[in-house]
Design a protein around this ligand. Structure first.
Ligand code: COS
Length: 387
């Protein structure tokens, strides 16, 4: 049916499925409980090429397209959404940003190690007082008198992978009077003085992915680490988030599928009132609606992935397709995981089964990389051209 899915796509999908089952499934619940970052399996994902799927081989990636990326990410997230988050940020927010906007020197120095999984990347836009309204940040970067470096000060929050990241793409203000047109992007090496990581956030879900604040105290960033021109940062942040939102949609799809599969199995085993619960119409209706929404999410994700692959040549924006995929898939994940708990009854509420983890993991997909409200705003603006 999907003739754009090639043999090569199926191979990476199968490789991701096998790796997730063999190496991630046995540790997922334990890392969810402890909140410990799964460094070993993340390194292995790098060796398998999953950390830079769309990056050309000359820059350390495997040189595939967005369909390959969403297929692999869905398989990883189906087993563990925390691994999915780490993979998604590294691929779409960091590698994509460095590939699209980096100079040749920046690509060689930063993209190669991040795409090959040798180093871990993060993306930092949000601040304590600036989330959805991303153009209002308070952190600052000031060019030194001799023009050799920027001095960065400020605090950023909710940075996925910050506690372990080697490289962070940072968005900060170089010209606050210009509002969003005063935002500039930088590549930060986290082993430099003036950079500090805050405490790891105690989260409801995706607990094995590490998230923290970061602070800059007179951090000196060489001019050659500026990503794009001064003032281009907001557009870079938004364009990169379009790519990121397709990744989050694929992550949400993986979570929803896992919850659906568990629900199908349970409804064929569990008996009540002398029959399998799957023989009751109320359970059947839930399963039918869950499956339909899962498959509709998949179609929107494929549409967005194809639009992004096409944009490589056309340079056109695919914000509409990305936001529709993220909106629908994340709300599907939340709805499907809620139904899954209901189908499992008390067992769905127990930590003995992974269903409650899917439910907790699903919630963030409606929040990060743009809330559902922001996705609706992007979609409506694309339709009307109004602001
Ligand atoms: N790609 C390229 N350029 C984009 C873009 C995109 N996807 N989205 C917006 N832009 C450009 C616009 O074209 C505009 O350019 P000009 O300055 O030349 O006019 C500029 O960026 C500002 O756009 P806009 O006026 O739409 O900005 P707003 O301040 O109204 O913000 C929203 C738009 C709300 C959609 C944006 O701030 C957003 O997505 N916020 C959510 C941020 C987010 O996802 N945070 C989570 C971070 S990851 S945990």
């Amino acid at each position: 049916m999907f003739d754009f899915i090639t043999e090569e796509h199926r191979m990476i999908q199968q490789a991701a499925r096998e790796f997730a089952q063999k190496s991630i499934a046995p540790i997922a619940a334990e890392h969810d409980e402890s909140g410990e970052f799964p460094l070993e399996t993340v390194r292995q994902m790098g060796q398998l090429g999953f950390m830079g799927i769309e990056v050309p081989e000359e820059y350390g990636g495997v040189g595939m397209d967005t369909i390959a990326y969403v297929l692999a990410l869905e398989e990883i997230s189906r087993v563990d959404a925390s691994h999915g988050t780490i993979m998604s940020v590294n691929n779409s927010l960091v590698c994509h940003g460095l590939l699209k906007y980096g100079t040749e020197v920046q690509r060689q120095k930063y993209l190669v190690p991040v795409a090959s999984g040798e180093k871990i990347g993060a993306y930092s836009l949000t601040e304590p007082m600036s989330g959805s309204d991303a153009g209002t940040m308070r952190s600052r970067a000031v060019l030194s008198d001799d023009g050799s470096h920027y001095v960065i000060n400020g605090r950023k929050s909710w940075v996925t992978s910050a506690p372990v990241a080697d490289i962070i793409i940072l968005f900060t203000m170089t010209a606050p009077e210009k509002a969003h047109r005063g935002v500039t992007a930088f590549i930060i090496e986290t082993d430099q003085p003036g950079f500090e990581r805050g405490k790891t956030e105690p989260k409801l879900g995706i607990r094995a992915s590490a998230t923290s604040e970061i602070t800059f105290d007179n951090f000196r960033c060489p001019v050659e680490n500026r990503l794009g021109a001064e003032g281009d940062g907001f557009k870079i942040a938004m364009a990169v988030l379009d790519a990121g939102r397709i990744g989050i949609a694929a992550q949400a799809l993986g979570i929803a599928e896992a919850a659906l599969e568990a629900s199908i199995s349970y409804s064929k085993e569990r008996e009540a009132f002398g029959q399998k619960i799957g023989e009751f119409q109320m359970i059947q209706q839930k399963l039918a609606d869950m499956k339909t929404r899962v498959e509709a999410s998949r179609l929107l994700i494929y549409q967005a992935a194809l639009a992004k692959t096409k944009a490589r040549e056309s340079g056109e924006r695919y914000s509409l397709e990305a936001s529709m995929a993220k909106l629908f898939a994340s709300e599907t994940a939340m709805w499907v995981t809620t139904q899954a708990i209901q189908i499992h009854g008390g067992m769905g509420y127990s930590k003995e089964l992974p269903v409650e983890r899917y439910f907790r993991d699903a919630k963030i997909t409606e929040i990060y990389e743009g809330t559902s409200e922001i996705q609706r705003l992007v979609i409506a603006r694309a339709l009307t051209g109004l602001r």
